[in-house]
Design a protein around this ligand. Sequence first.
Ligand SMILES: Cc1ncc(COP(=O)(O)O)c(C=O)c1O
Length: 348
Amino acid sequence: MLSSIYVDGGDVAYARQGNPTWSAFEEAIGALEGGAAVAFASGIAAIAAVLGTVPIGGVVVAPADAYTGFRALLSDLSARGRLTVRPVDIADTDATLAACRGAELLWVETPTNPMLAVADLPALCAGGHERGARVAVDNTFATPLLQRPLACGADVAVHSATKFIAGHSDLLLGVAVTADGALAEALETRRTLEGAVPGPFETWLALRGLRTLGVRLRQAQATAATLAERMVPHPAVTLVRYPGLAGDPGADRARRQMDGPGAIVSFEVAGGAAAAAAACQAVRLILHATSLGGVETSMERRARQAGEEGVPSGLIRLSVGCEDAEDLWADLDAALRAAAGRAEAASA
Ligand SMILES: Cc1ncc(COP(=O)(O)O)c(C=O)c1O
């Protein structure tokens, strides 16, 4: 509902406290994740609200290779003495749990952005709790249709609803979901006090996008699997990371805890940064853009982003959308061949 004021005497006094469109969106996401949802202005605002529940100086265990914006926020909070951060390899369950002693919060991202590492969600939730830590999961890549962290034991699941949930690359939105009533209340309080409230129009668009999440994801995931399989033997590709590929390091875990491997594929191009950049410039149907989860397929060389220095320089993250799989393959194959040709000419 597009209003900042309400006639006196109703449930809500002012639009920073609530909005019927938020409530409708929160009800839908809450039902899918199995908890109470609190919507925010962006994914990072939802993440910041969860981090805001950690006491001053509290220890947060987090993936060393999580989404770059999340790591930037953690670095800022740590530099200002707000939190103490312990970076871990989230795919290494023993090392992650060893780091959880005395921690307030274990932050899990699975699959990770952009390396697509898969964490052992049930083991980390149980082990984190045994060591006294709350467990939060960034479920953006999987969506609640492919992975339900609360059912695996997590305390809170967060999403950049900007991505697959809204699905049309036309808004920013975030959401946090928890079955813990006190935590839901604390998150809502953070939203009201700090003002990271979602726009009602954005929330309405996301609710509309949510209606097609199932069909979009089914199509995108099937195409992602086809493209990943075809890229494995491609002469211009040296490595493909996709949890749906047999032999991928995350494949077994993904099969156990997810209802599908999703629609993001990361791959490395022979010829490193120059060849990967050239491939991104050469695509015609696929968009060369950051972000992911839209109906349109997009890709970028991740290491071009500040904070992604640890990512292999020739790694491209491909977010598969809903276009025809053969059209996408023709575009990708041609771009990879053109890039490989250029890299060969440059080294000759
Ligand atoms: C895994 C993940 N979590 C959180 C975010 C942040 O979401 P937003 O851009 O909606 O703030 C992103 C954005 O790319 C992301 O990829």
